[in-house]
Ligand binder design. Structure first.
Ligand SMILES: *[C@@H]1O[C@H](CO)[C@@H](O)[C@H](O)[C@H]1NC(C)=O
Ligand SMILES: *[C@@H]1O[C@H](CO)[C@@H](O)[C@H](O)[C@H]1NC(C)=O
Length: 213
């Protein structure tokens, strides 16, 4: 073998080693990360084909079975080196306990110990009480939502009226529901004018006018 040939052989060997190395490296770095179909039983079985043949960075829109929701409320899963994110894909929605009591009111139906997500309960007020707000509370993700209260009626006291030198105007009644209007007249003298003779019941509070000679 002459020297030139030897050099050439050497060069070939060198370059092929280099080539092999690059090849091996690229094959490691480009080795595809794939995510297999998740085995989450809480996952909705609809459109399960979307979970096949997913590579790193791919996203899949998904929903969870009833009674579950996606972790963090996300709408899509992402294929990462550690598998599908979020992990777990679905989480159980917690139930609600007994709904809170309503002052001067009650639930329309008997209360249960547990309520599932989205379940609604209707409330009502005692008679003569007026409900402020919607009469429903809804169990949402383990918490009761919805607010209402029962507004008190007003009852006019005879003694208080006589102390103020007033009485009811003929058409008025002694029992008023919230927001109802009552009218008084003087039994002695004239109205002092500081409080009007027509008053509105405001959640159990009624201001009485006064008359004086
Ligand atoms: C809850 O109820 C609403 C409307 O009533 C519905 O759109 C929603 O899908 C329900 N969610 C669940 C988890 O059942
Ligand atoms: C009711 O009328 C009498 C007689 O005018 C007066 O003395 C009294 O102060 C009045 N009551 C009030 C609460 O003003």
């Amino acid at each position: 073998m002459d020297q030139t040939h030897k050099d050439n052989m050497h060069a070939i060997t060198k370059s092929s080693i280099l080539f092999l190395c690059i090849c091996a490296l690229t094959s490691v770095t480009s080795q595809e990360v794939t995510c297999s179909r998740p085995q989450d039983r809480a996952l909705s079985s609809r459109q399960s084909w979307r979970w096949w043949l997913n590579k790193l960075g791919d996203t899949v829109r998904y929903t969870c079975r009833s009674g579950y929701r996606s972790t963090g409320g996300v709408t899509q899963a992402t294929c990462t080196r550690d598998g599908w994110e979020p992990n777990p894909l679905c989480q159980e929605i917690p139930p609600c306990g007994t709904p809170p009591p309503l002052e001067d009111g009650d639930t329309k139906t008997a209360m249960k110990e547990h309520y599932s997500h989205n379940e609604t309960i209707e409330y009502m007020c005692q008679s003569y009480y007026i409900m402020e707000g919607e009469p429903y509370k809804t169990c949402l993700y383990g918490e009761w939502t919805g607010h209402m209260r029962c507004l008190r009626p007003c009852i006019v006291n005879e003694d208080e009226m006589s102390q103020h030198n007033i009485t009811l105007k003929s058409s008025s009644t002694k029992y008023l529901v919230h927001d109802e209007i009552i009218e008084f007249r003087c039994t002695r003298g004239l109205s002092t004018g500081t409080v009007a003779m027509r008053q509105r019941c405001n959640s159990g509070v009624l201001v009485l006018p006064t008359c004086r000679e």
